[in-house]
Design a protein around this ligand. Structure first.
Ligand SMILES: Nc1ncnc2c1ncn2[C@@H]1O[C@H](COP(=O)(O)OP(=O)(O)OP(=O)(O)O)[C@@H](O)[C@H]1O
Length: 227
C-alpha cells in the first residue's frame, strides 16, 4: 500500500495568553494509506483539531513536514495551500460551516473545485440524493434540521472528489442511532470513491468500526507524561 499522508517530525506551538508558547503537537511520525479509514481518539484539548487543521493546510507547523499525495504542504504558498486543499481535501467541520444564504444544493456545489457547469449540478444532485436529501435541495440551512445540515456538509465535503476526507466529530450533534447511520454513509461513500478518511470521534463504538484507531497520546510526544 502507498502512503497518502506522511507526517514527519511535526511540532506545533501556540502563543499563550499569559506569555510563552505551549507545545500542542510533537509528532515524530503519522501515516495514512490510500483509501484507509482511520479514527483519531484522545483527550479533550489534546490537539486533534490542530492536527486536522495542519493536514488541511489551514495552519502551518513550527517545524517538520506534512506530505499529502506527494506534495509537501509547507513548501506551498498560502494561496497554493488553499488550491491544494480545494482539490485534495474534504473537510466536515464540527459546526458544519454551511453558508446560510445559500440552498443545500448551492452549498454542495461550493465544495467543488471548478466551475459551474451542468455536470456539477448533476453531481451535487446525486450527492444530495445519496445523503437522503433529494427533496431538500432548495432549502437553506436554517430550514433544515441539525442532522440534515450535517448531511449537506458531508455531501459538500465529498463534492470535489477529494483524496482525503477529514471530519471533526461529525456526529457530535445527533442522536446515537443517527450518528451510526451518518458514519456508515460517510464510510461507504469514501469506499465507493476510494477516498481515505481521518475522523475525530469520542465514541469508541464508532471508532471500533474503522480500519485503524489512532490514539493521539500514542503519536503525540507533547502529551507524554513528564518524568
Ligand atoms: N489559536 C490558538 N491559540 C492558542 N492556543 C490554542 C489555539 N488553538 C488551540 N489551542 C490550544 O491547543 C490545544 C489543543 O486544542 P485542539 O482544539 O486541537 O484540541 P482537541 O483535541 O481537538 O480538543 P477537543 O476534543 O476538546 O475538541 C488546547 O490546549 C488549546 O487551548
Amino acid at each position: 500500500m502507498t502512503n497518502l499522508l506522511e507526517v514527519n517530525d511535526v511540532i506545533k506551538t501556540f502563543a499563550q495568553p499569559g506569555g510563552g508558547r505551549l507545545t500542542v503537537l510533537d509528532i515524530p511520525q503519522f501515516r495514512i494509506e490510500e483509501g484507509e479509514q482511520v479514527a483519531l481518539v484522545g483527550t479533550s484539548g489534546g490537539g486533534k483539531t490542530t492536527l486536522l487543521h495542519l493536514i488541511a493546510g489551514l495552519l502551518t507547523p513550527d517545524s517538520g513536514s506534512l506530505t499529502l499525495d506527494g506534495t509537501e504542504l509547507t513548501r506551498l504558498s498560502e494561496q497554493g495551500r488553499d488550491r491544494f486543499r480545494a482539490s485534495k481535501i474534504g473537510y466536515v467541520f464540527q459546526t458544519f460551516n454551511l453558508l446560510p444564504a445559500f440552498s443545500a444544493i448551492e452549498n454542495v456545489r461550493l465544495g467543488m473545485t471548478f466551475g459551474s457547469g451542468r455536470q456539477d449540478t448533476e453531481r451535487a444532485k446525486d450527492l444530495l440524493g445519496r445523503v437522503g436529501l433529494a427533496d431538500r435541495a432548495n432549502y437553506r440551512p436554517s430550514q433544515l434540521s441539525v442532522g440534515q445540515q450535517q448531511r449537506v456538509a458531508i455531501a459538500r465535503a465529498l463534492a470535489g472528489k477529494p483524496r482525503l476526507l477529514l471530519a471533526d466529530e461529525p456526529t457530535a450533534n445527533v442522536d446515537p442511532v443517527s450518528a451510526e447511520s451518518v458514519l456508515e454513509l460517510i464510510r461507504s461513500s469514501c469506499r465507493d470513491e476510494d477516498i481515505a478518511m481521518l475522523i475525530v470521534t469520542h465514541d469508541m463504538d464508532i471508532a471500533a468500526k474503522f480500519d485503524r484507531i489512532e490514539r493521539l497520546e500514542d503519536i503525540n510526544r507533547a502529551l507524554a507524561p513528564t518524568a
